[in-house]
Design a protein around this ligand. Structure first.
Ligand code: NAP
Length: 299
């Protein structure tokens, strides 16, 4: 029995743990993979207030160490369902746990392009994480697909290793920060391929290129690359809670700035909930709001 169970050990979940523990509550955090969440894939964070520059990995490690030092218990178990009641239940791959309140902080996972052979070529040229896999492509040509901050950061990061980086985006304007776009323009080995979509992955056992359709000219061309980094956003993973918790059409947990879901005592924090701005700062802020609301609910 814990006062509060937190599902997900990303920025929102770990921030919630820090606030709940400092309020004197016992906390169990469940995580199915590694702690840290999506930010561990970001080479450099430059927009977290008070920290001029830090790697995503170091940021996540700091959060984790802070939560553990305060007494957080982290269990690497997959949550398969939750139940409401005077005492709430959390079912996992390792058993069943009881608690007073639950904070859902499940974040989101990488969105696939949905092309033929995409899954098969993961690890053989296709990657969703430039910081994890970029070094494998040292001195080689790669492409990044996407126009958000992740794609921009990936392209910049890869330009330090790779001979050539094609940044392929479906529109002629980027969704990511203008400052970052300006940085990319100064790199001689980055080429923007705009108004373009990838229509085919080329190569037998290993990726050797991508076919790209220019939506303005209608022309198709082959770009020879050894690697493709797909950075086209995230999808939530909340199906396990769907019987109890209201989700929107895209699968995000319906919750406002107070982080309250449709069930009393169950809160949603960070990228997994309905919101317009998904940033480190808003994830951390949600963690604080959800934790204090959970403490108030228990008391
Ligand atoms: P994102 O901002 O949602 O951008 C996704 C990009 O992929 C968009 O440019 C989108 O194109 C494109 N896209 C979506 N579906 C596509 C498809 N099927 N085919 C081709 N292109 C597709 O995702 P993100 O870059 O992963 O960022 C997620 C959130 O994290 C954002 O809020 C971002 O600001 C934040 N983030 C922050 C930092 C940081 O603070 N340092 C770092 C990384 C990410 P359109 O633009 O045409 O829709």
């Amino acid at each position: 029995m814990a006062d509060i169970v937190i599902i997900g050990a990303g920025t929102a979940g770990l921030s919630a743990a820090i606030y709940a523990l400092r309020a004197g509550k016992s906390v169990i955090i469940f995580e199915q993979l590694a702690y840290g969440g999506q930010i561990i894939n970001t080479p450099e964070v430059e927009n977290y207030p008070g920290i001029k520059s830090i790697s995503g990995f170091d940021f996540a490690q700091g959060l984790y160490e802070q939560a553990v030092a305060l007494g957080a218990e982290l269990k690497f178990e997959q949550v398969t369902g939750i139940e409401d009641g005077a005492v709430k239940k959390v079912k996992t791959s390792g058993g069943e746990y009881e608690c007073g309140a639950i904070i859902l902080a499940t974040g989101a996972k990488n969105r696939p392009l949905g092309l033929d052979r995409e899954q098969e070529l993961i690890g053989s040229g296709i990657s969703y994480c430039a910081t994890c896999d970029g070094a494998f492509f040292k001195g080689r040509a790669v492409a990044v697909n996407g126009g958000g901050n992740t794609a921009l950061e990936d392209a910049l990061f890869l330009s330090n290793y790779c001979s050539k980086v094609y940044l392929i985006h479906r529109r002629d304007e980027f969704r990511g920060e203008a400052k970052q776009v300006e940085k990319l323009k100064t790199k001689e080995n980055i080429e923007f391929v705009l108004n373009s979509t990838i229509t085919e992955l080329v190569g037998d056992d290993e990726l050797s290129g991508v076919k790209v359709l220019d939506k303005v000219s209608g022309e198709s061309r082959l770009i020879e690359v050894d690697g493709l980094f797909i950075a086209i956003g995230q999808m939530p993973e909340n199906a396990a809670f769907a019987p109890l918790i209201t989700l929107d059409g895209a699968g995000y947990i319906v919750a406002g700035e107070d982080c309250k879901t449709n069930v009393e005592g169950i809160f949603a924090a960070g990228d997994c909930r309905t919101k317009t701005v998904r940033q480190l700062t808003t994830a951390a802020a949600d963690g604080a709001v959800a934790a204090l609301a959970a403490c108030a609910y228990i008391d």
